[in-house]
Design a binder for this molecule. Structure first.
Ligand SMILES: Cc1cc2nc3c(=O)[nH]c(=O)nc-3n(C[C@H](O)[C@H](O)[C@H](O)COP(=O)(O)OP(=O)(O)OC[C@H]3O[C@@H](n4cnc5c(N)ncnc54)[C@H](O)[C@@H]3O)c2cc1C
Length: 385
């Protein structure tokens, strides 16, 4: 078996870092948002879109927290950012407007974008004013992204994009999509000749069409590019290295608290239902969930440390996503057994939260890479295939 490094050093796990003041400030902000009706507990997730919420969060310094000040950031630690993210998710705040830009698109542009592009978009993301989407999947390319057929052709001063993306979360709200394209003909090395571009969605030649999900909401989209041209400055990296960029990005996408807190609102409902009249069977079931939650959180924190040190975390981030989404899916299963209420889609009480979680859960182990694909990556990283 291959050396399974880099593996976090558990002996140094969660060195004490006092963030109690920050946590209290964030909770006070979230209380205000709850009181104003911007947060509907149990019925929103990290894809729920509310530009106003994101702008207010940004004004408090909760977006672009780790970025350099010259790009509108706040130069705080990755751990402080983690605390803010988990508080937002635990509260069920509608963070969808800034989430992907803050989590991966902005950092990707910071690492691999031209200076012109950085100056154009990063301060606006930091102000909560821009929404980004991820343009990786296509109708015939989901798990095997190297087979994408969206084409980028070099033209005078830029690149002409033609093709179709699908399952694009919040593209109907997004200002930009980072689009994975084939920019050179396929060779024996199927991972070569791919590039990522930052594509404005208000350009002529771009069409966004809705795809309604199981909860009845319009969150996903099909995006068609019909010959729109993006400037050279919008190419990420040096061109042809799109596969490397995508792989790096996915480690950030797969390991954060958004991969184990999607049904935390329902878990809180379950706990609240036991208040005053605890049932020992329910306590055991809930206890098991909470124990899993805290160990996955520990793993996720350790990966955050690795990524902050600039170390690769592909294997362990993939494991974290698989464990985390498994837990997210288990919560509605346990809730179904323990709650007296029948799920009621559209209701704003606990029965509504149960229905929302049940209908949302199947997608948790699809988005960001399916369970089978994750298992394959883990096996490869372990040297087993
Ligand atoms: C809610 C949601 C949000 C999403 N948001 C986005 C987004 O914003 N941007 C974006 O680009 N994409 C997004 N996606 C797409 C997501 O990344 C893909 O659905 C996912 O990668 C699977 O691809 P696919 O749907 O084409 O399925 P396929 O790749 O066709 O897979 C179908 C089935 O076959 C299995 N399978 C495929 N290949 C193998 C293999 N080699 N070995 C074993 N089993 C295999 C898969 O596990 C799966 O069960 C989203 C998806 C969902 C559900």
């Amino acid at each position: 078996m291959r050396d399974f490094l880099p593996f976090p050093d558990f002996s140094d796990a969660a060195a004490p870092r006092d963030v109690s003041r920050l946590r209290a400030e964030v909770r006070a902000f979230l209380d205000e948002e709850r009181a104003s009706g911007a947060i509907v507990p149990g019925l929103q997730t990290w894809t729920s879109f509310d530009r106003g919420f994101s702008e207010r969060a940004a004004a408090r310094g909760y977006v672009a927290m780790t970025w350099p000040k010259r790009y509108g950031g706040h130069e705080r630690s990755a751990f402080e950012r983690y605390v803010v993210c988990e508080e937002f998710l635990a509260a069920g705040a509608p963070v969808g407007s800034h989430w992907m830009a803050d989590r991966q698109s902005g950092p990707q542009i910071m690492r691999n974008g031209s200076e012109a592009l950085r100056e154009e978009v990063l301060p606006q993301i930091a102000a909560g004013k821009l929404t980004f989407g991820i343009g990786m999947s296509e109708p015939d390319s989901g798990s095997d992204l190297s087979s994408v057929r969206t084409k980028a052709e070099k033209v005078e001063g830029g690149w002409r994009i033609e093709g179709r993306k699908v399952w694009t979360t919040n593209a109907h709200h997004a200002d930009y999509l980072i689009v994975l394209c084939r920019s050179a003909p396929k060779t024996e090395d199927r991972y070569a000749g791919l590039s990522q571009f930052v594509v404005p969605l208000d350009a002529p030649g771009v069409t966004v069409r809705p795809l309604v999900n199981l909860t009845g909401e319009h969150e996903l989209n099909e995006v068609v590019f019909d010959g729109n041209v993006v400037p050279d400055a919008n190419l990420l990296g040096k061109g042809g290295d799109g596969w490397k960029l995508v792989t790096e990005e996915l480690a950030f996408e797969r390991s954060g608290p958004d991969r184990f807190l999607s049904t935390f609102g329902l878990l809180k409902v379950l706990v609240a239902a036991q208040a005053g009249n605890p049932d020992s069977h329910a306590a055991i079931e809930i206890g098991r969930l909470v124990a899993r939650l805290s160990s996955i959180r520990q793993l996720s924190l350790l990966i955050g440390d690795l990524l902050e040190q600039g170390r690769s975390a592909t294997a362990i981030a993939t494991i974290a996503k698989d464990l985390g989404t498994g837990l997210e899916q288990e919560v509605p299963e346990v809730a179904r057994r323990l709650m007296a209420e029948r799920p009621a889609r559209g209701a704003t009480d606990s029965a509504g939260a149960l229905a929302f979680a049940i209908l949302s859960a199947p997608c948790f182990s699809l988005r960001g890479g399916t369970r089978e694909i994750l298992k394959g990556i883990i096996a490869r990283e372990l040297g087993l295939r």
